[in-house]
Write a protein that binds this ligand. Structure first.
Ligand SMILES: [Zn+2]
Length: 264
């Protein structure tokens, strides 16, 4: 079987285990069904996710021009505390920024490699945690805009990592942590203007199970630019990574906008 198209991040379903799909224009692949099977990935070209042109991908699936110009690649995406739509101040496109920033956001703790703090739009729960490969996650506060979420995250960065160690995440080397008691200790650590939004519930811990037959002992990242032709036996999917038997891991996110052919 041959599948061909532009890579975009895997679609997921919060089931037990999580279901993963690679979706192309006219077809899709359920990756859970491919566990234990050989597949070949061949890099064929590029197609920018924004303008659709066959230009080299710069970052996040965008060509250089689109990345620099697109409203959906502003600095406030990666640094929510820089959000200004609540003040009516434009970064690149105020209408777009209002739509994205002025909606409920969650600040959370997630256990992906160690405990990390992060921010997500409420509509992205639990997708965001699945994309990070977290095995557990818990909301700390729900706030009405991205700015308040951002300053909360900044306040918690002295206590927690804000990035996942992807090697540990993929090797399944995760310490046991009680996220509920971690979260319960944060009421007075978060900024004063956010404390009114702190209403912890006892049953809001998420547990996430991934389709992995066996975790690798060592991991090596597949670089599709240097190795445009890869084949291997799929042993698992976690976060946005495919895990192969020889320890090769393929981060789909890094290669959004790459045109590939996948053969089974
Ligand atoms: Zn483009």
């Amino acid at each position: 079987m041959l599948y061909e198209g532009v890579l975009t991040k895997m679609q997921t379903e919060f089931s037990n285990p999580i279901a993963y799909y690679l979706v192309f224009e006219n077809s899709f692949l359920n990756l859970n069904q491919l566990l234990g099977k050989e597949l070949e990935i061949v890099h064929q070209g590029y197609q920018c996710l924004e303008c659709g042109k066959k230009k080299k991908i710069f970052r996040q699936g965008f060509c250089y021009d689109c990345f620099m110009g697109s409203a959906s690649a502003g600095d406030w995406i990666m640094k929510p505390e820089l959000s200004t739509a609540h003040l009516d101040i434009e970064d690149r496109d105020l209408d777009y920024e209002k739509k994205v920033q002025l909606q409920p956001h969650i600040v959370y703790l997630a256990l992906s490699s160690e405990v990390k703090v992060g921010v997500t739009r409420k509509t992205q729960v639990p997708t965001r945690w699945i994309d990070q490969g977290a095995i557990q996650a818990i909301p700390i506060v729900e706030v009405p805009n991205r700015y308040l979420a951002g300053i909360t995250e900044v306040a918690l960065k002295s206590l927690y990592a804000d990035k996942t160690n992807w090697q540990k995440m993929l090797k399944g080397e995760i310490p046991a942590v009680d996220l509920i008691s971690e979260r319960n200790g944060l009421k007075y650590v978060i900024p004063k203007e956010v404390q009114e939004y702190y209403h912890p519930e006892s049953n809001d811990l998420y547990e996430l199970q991934y389709p992995v037959l066996e975790y690798p002992k060592k991991v090596t990242s597949l670089n599709l630019d240097k190795s445009p032709n890869f084949s291997g036996k799929l042993m698992g999917v976690k976060g946005q990574y495919l895990i192969f038997e020889d320890g090769t891991v393929f981060n789909i996110r890094t290669y959004e906008g790459y045109v590939v052919r996948i053969s089974l």
